[in-house]
Design a protein around this ligand. Sequence first.
Ligand SMILES: *Cc1c(COP(=O)(O)O)cnc(C)c1O
Length: 438
Amino acid sequence: MSDHDADSESPANPSVRRVSDWDAGSLHELATDHETPLYVQDLDRVRENCERLRDAFPNADVRYAVKAHTGRAVLEAVRDAGLDAECASAGEVDRALAAGFGGDRLHYTAVNPPARDLDYVVGVAEAEPEVTITVGAVDTLDRLAERGYDGRVCVRVNPGVGAGHHEKVRTGGAAKFGIPYDRAAAATRDAAERFEVVGIHAHAGSGIDSEQLDSHRELVARLGDLARTLAEPAGNETSAIDIEYVDIGGGFGVPYEEDEPPLDLPAVADATREAVAPLPDGVDLAIEPGRYVVADAGVLLTRVNTVKPTPGERVVGVDAGMTDLLRPAMYDAYHPIRNLGGAAGTANPDAREATPVTVAGPICETGDTFCNDRALADPARGDLLAIGVTGAYGYEMATQYNSRPRPAEVAIDDGAAELVRRRERLADLTTVEREADR
Ligand SMILES: *Cc1c(COP(=O)(O)O)cnc(C)c1O
């Protein structure tokens, strides 16, 4: 199961942390101290991921897409590492502000934005005029203008190419996102008459890997073309538009499967720079990684409570479910699972036979399954399992479905663990309900 990569990379900051790399003893301790299900997020690893991104893209603005993990501890670590915050809602803007991102480091991307989100962000921009609002429809520009906003705007373009690990997250080609490419130049020039247009943007979707480098290159090249078009005056009345940056979005993939090679980030960076070139003078590259910053910095710990042999398969019941980690149910996502052992009277998991199992949660849904027919060190009731690569879109997508309180989260900072989100209690499930007359 241990599957370390023999890449030419710095041993101090490897390009991936596998579930097998986590220290079993420490995880057992955390599970004992805080119970399960428990998210563990290693801020030291978050910092390493930030550093590799900055090294690969030394001259780019790096903006963390906070929706991957919006916990306060993570936001503060990313802020300290010098990344900006890319926010997808008023709530995310609010949390980024609270975590100390100033307006000059805040980017809000409005996709069919609810009125109250626009009201909120326009209000923020009054106090923090350096905030940038990224807009993907002329309607949204009109709605900003109606609110008296004339500040910094970035135009989101739909380049018509998309990459991604699942069709639900492949956004580049989806009409929902961005202004169609063939109208983008005109829409940007129109926008410049009402706002300070500072950038153009496209996000191709999540999960760029080495095989999808071609569509990434194509998207980036189209943005480069658009930047050059805008730098030329259009006709005698319209002047050139001086943008500050070309933002190519996020989507940098991480290896979920144990034997999947990590993304060759320097190669992606080279391909990006090459495809976008030559950028007009004074125009920088910007990237918006979410998953890449936090995914392999997190594991979800869960305890085995049921082992059920059936004619077809061996079902291993655990205390975490799709409400804690939605990605397998929602995207058919693969997450590695490691048996850390610990059941009374059982052998060290390394000494147990690899046994094909289905690992399933407590929710009344067939989709509430973390794996099927997967070989794990034969699980026993009481064992602790670590579900790997859950730092991105893990806690973030957790719900209270089935009236399940959301799990607790521990952050590791400079090697020391601290509870950063308490486990929800049953009472938390009803805090927003009208009080019953009892
Ligand atoms: C979700 C999102 C990202 C980040 O995507 P990742 O796959 O997590 O890197 C970046 N930009 C925008 C606009 C997004 O919506």
